[in-house]
Design a protein around this ligand. Structure first.
Ligand code: UDP
Ligand code: UDP
Ligand code: UDP
Length: 466
């Protein structure tokens, strides 16, 4: 284990505290690697146990790849049993991490050597971490794993939902947030209509602490969400927010070569559609069969990452049982179905990939932007509709609005096949995706790239405070 004591010089010592699930862990690890390669001493706080196998494997691979990043194990308190308002394993973990921060984190932070210059923490610990850091006089930078637009909604949520009743009602058409174009009510996550749900009350509790942060880091870039970033930074969304720094698309860190790459090597350039719904979004068996049918009908080669259970360790169903042997036989020269963790970043970077059918998780969207891959957004939960709107406005993706929230309806194979065909043949979308890729590249092109400058500005502030 590397120790931050081994380092010399006046580098700021920063800790990174990720939230639960790969969608929170991945950006935190990327940020840790980026801070480390830009002259910071970095301690990664490794939450134990994790929910998914993907998280624990990723954490151990990360430390072997970056032996100079210090590891601080954070054994959390037992998770509470599911209740009716809180039965999602990742939400249960959010709650357990948050509670453990109160009881267990302070001594760990105090024993950090050299003393910490700052913490970069997940939004989901803001409520419990902020008082501790205030006491220890350690600045907190919140890492937002969603887009600037949804971050604005989160920050404003305490003022939208008052005294257990939402200020917006299901009969309105739009939700109005100062400084932002109105959000169609249909894009608001359904749980936000019920303030007693864990998802909502937890979001509000943490949002109330955003003003106390030293800064908010967002995995987005200036040219991607210019108006929203301006509204956040000129005090229009809320007058008391700290600076919001766009530092994306976060750079991928070193990964082992994924198994699917040799299959992709044999496919023609921009011919393959990649299908993946993130690390925790499972589909019903009926929907899985229709999606298979749709991919077959599209006539395109495909690489499909299949999930039938929210937590990977419980995802034991065989591909053959979900899709049937005859389907697999018919598509065997044209597509591959994987029921395992893939290296998505490398897949999206591969020249054979021509389109991405995605649930529009924000990390996936930023990865698609980074590699210029057009998107067919199929938002299913949470922030994904707001994100789909952002993608559509940026012009490099489409979104079929009547496919419903996750589980609302079974979308038929005919429809899916048609949309996939359109995605793969839409030249305008592809050209725009290439422009977005170029803009994303410029954000890190040199010291003047908007994201590079934002990140270096924070590091410089910490260095000067040493
Ligand atoms: N991912 C991956 N392999 C998989 C599934 C997901 O590498 O098999 C990565 C993906 O590249 C992204 C993250 O996991 O970085 C998922 O985050 P996102 O915000 O897209 O969605 P979430 O999983 O949080 O819903
Ligand atoms: N605030 C804001 N927009 C709002 C409500 C609040 O920017 O819609 C900011 C404002 O700067 C205020 C702070 O949040 O000072 C706390 O507001 P709150 O209403 O919670 O407390 P109060 O200031 O009324 O005690
Ligand atoms: N505020 C703001 N932006 C808003 C609404 C309110 O900055 O869109 C500020 C406002 O200037 C005041 C504080 O937030 O200082 C509390 O606002 P509000 O009128 O909502 O007070 P409350 O009704 O919560 O007492």
């Amino acid at each position: 284990m590397a120790n931050a004591d081994d380092f010399s010089g006046k580098s700021p010592h920063v800790a990174v505290l990720p939230g639960a699930g790969m969608g929170h862990l991945t950006p935190a690890l990327r940020l840790a690697a980026m801070l480390s390669s830009r002259g910071c001493l970095v301690t990664l706080i490794a939450v134990k146990p994790t929910v998914s196998a993907a998280e624990s494997t990723t954490i151990s691979n990360f430390f072997s790849t970056y032996p100079h990043i210090n590891r601080l194990d954070f054994e959390i308190l037992p998770r509470k049993p599911p209740s009716s308002t809180n039965d999602d394993p990742f939400f249960i973990q959010f709650e357990a991490i948050s509670r453990s921060v109160v009881h267990l984190l302070k001594p760990l932070l105090l024993s950090s050597s050299p003393p910490l210059s700052a913490i970069f923490s997940d939004f989901t610990v803001s409520m419990t971490l902020t008082p501790i850091l205030e006491e220890l006089c350690i600045p907190n930078y919140v890492l937002s794993v969603t887009c600037a637009r949804f971050l604005s909604l989160l920050a404003y949520l305490p003022y939208l939902i008052n005294e257990n009743s939402p200020k917006f009602s299901e009969s309105d058409d739009y939700v109005h947030i100062p400084g932002l174009s109105p959000l169609p009510l249909s894009t608001i996550p359904p749980p936000f209509f019920n303030p007693t749900l864990f998802f909502t009350s937890f979001a509000i509790s943490n949002a109330l602490f955003l003003p106390k942060a030293k800064g908010i880091l967002v995995n987005t870039f200036e040219r991607f969400e210019p108006d929203t970033l301006a509204a956040l930074n000129n005090g229009r969304v809320l007058s008391n927010l700290p600076p919001v720094h766009p530092i994306g698309p976060l750079e991928p860190y070193k990964l082992e070569k994924g198994e699917q790459l040799s299959w992709l090597d044999d496919q023609s350039v921009i011919s393959v559609v990649y299908v993946c719904f993130g690390n925790r979004t499972a589909m019903s068996k009926d929907q899985i069969r229709e999606l298979g049918d749709g991919l077959e009908r599209s006539g395109c080669p495909f690489l499909w990452v299949l999930k039938s259970s929210k937590v990977d360790k419980e995802d034991t169903e065989e591909i053959e049982d979900l899709l049937g042997d005859s389907f697999l036989e018919r598509i065997k020269n044209r597509g591959i179905v994987v029921k395992a963790w893939v290296n998505q970043e490398q897949i999206l970077a591969h020249p054979a990939i021509g389109g991405f059918v995605s649930h529009a998780g924000w990390n996936s969207v930023m990865e698609a932007a980074r590699y210029g891959v057009p998107l067919l957004a199929w938002p299913l939960h949470g922030d994904q509709r707001v994100i789909s709107e952002v993608v559509e406005n940026a012009g490099f993706g489409v979104w079929v609005r009547d496919w419903g929230w996750g589980g609302e309806r079974v979308v038929k194979g005919e429809e899916i096949g048609e949309k996939v065909k359109q995605l793969m043949s839409d030249e305008k979308l592809r050209n725009r995706a290439m422009e977005v890729e170029e803009e994303a590249r410029k954000a890190f092109q040199d010291a003047n790239g908007s994201s590079e400058k934002a990140l270096m500005g924070i590091i410089e502030t910490l260095r000067l405070a040493e």
